[in-house]
Design a protein around this ligand. Structure first.
Ligand code: PEP
Length: 286
């Protein structure tokens, strides 16, 4: 039986020797490329002092789940500095679709890298639905990010009207196909997909674990059809939409839910860390 010590070491009780291996790879023989991924989208909240304090409260994270936070662009550098070489990484909430030039207010891929980012969100629903961002623009952003060396968390999801009309899967499929239109091959280490039903974001309403699992499974099939089964199997598909400590475990227990993109509950370590720990509990016991 594999045992996990609080200090992070993993060992096998029958063998009587400690095996000093990365927990993420060894637990339950899980595929390292499906290591749980937990994102914290801070949106346009807080000030500089709060950003530093929140980053500081996450510094001690050393769990199984990979954790990436998405602070407001103007605080990326100070948050990255505060995190230093700890396990939590930083990403942009958005990225320009061009490399450089006269694009007032935009932040390029190189600028995000310069600020210490390793990830960027693309196509968050508040950009798609609040600011009219199209999947074609998302496609250009995905290309910019990946070509520059940033990892991408592509957000997709249907509105309530679309779900009620029975169009949820079609809408998500169109978003995936068009937002990845220029992506010829899928690198599961560089691209994650966040399924975020628009009606669940910031509303307190969450998809049921069954509904979320059904869409995640469909998403993985879309990726398999578009690319190949092996890459699709290794790609992390996250759920987002009012995830909280109280519902995280049930969602993360679904076989095709590989993590969470968290908005409101990521603004406080007391709610964000338990969500990340919920991923750990599930992976450790599966
Ligand atoms: C989000 O911003 O991506 C999100 C899911 O927000 P919330 O968790 O607040 O619903």
């Amino acid at each position: 039986m594999w045992l996990l010590e609080p200090c992070g070491l993993v060992w096998h009780s029958d063998w009587g020797i400690k095996v000093y291996l990365a927990r993420a790879c060894i637990l339950a023989g899980m595929d390292a490329s499906r290591r749980p991924l937990i994102g914290g989208n801070w949106k346009m909240h807080g000030d500089g002092a709060e950003a530093i304090a929140l980053a500081r409260s996450l510094r001690s994270w050393d769990g199984v789940a990979e954790m990436v936070i998405f602070p407001p662009a103007v605080y990326l550098s100070i948050v990255a500095d505060e995190l230093g070489d700890c396990a939590v990484t930083v990403g942009g909430q958005d990225i320009a679709q061009e490399a450089q030039g006269a694009f007032t207010g935009q932040t390029s891929a190189d600028m995000l890298l310069d600020c210490g980012c390793t990830w960027t969100l693309v196509g968050h629903s508040e950009r798609r639905h609040g600011m009219g961002e199209t999947s074609a623009q998302c496609d250009a952003k995905v290309q910019q990010a990946l070509n520059a060396g940033l990892n991408v968390m592509l957000c997709v999801g249907e509105t309530l009207d679309e779900r009620d009309a029975g169009q949820a899967t079609k809408v998500v499929r169109d978003q995936v196909e068009q937002s990845l239109g220029g992506l010829k091959s899928l690198d599961p280490m560089r691209l994650a997909v966040a399924y975020e039903p628009v009606w669940a974001i910031g509303t307190g309403q969450t998809a049921t674990a069954d509904d979320a699992q059904t869409m995640h499974c469909a998403l993985r099939e879309m990726l398999a059809g578009r690319y190949d089964a092996s890459s699709a199997t290794r790609t992390r598909v996250l759920y987002g939409g009012s995830v909280k400590p109280a519902n995280a475990a049930a969602l993360l227990a679904c076989p095709d839910i590989d993590g969470a993109l968290v908005g409101g509950a990521s603004l406080n370590a007391d709610s964000f860390l338990p969500i990340a720990s919920a991923a750990e509990t599930w992976k450790a016991s599966s």
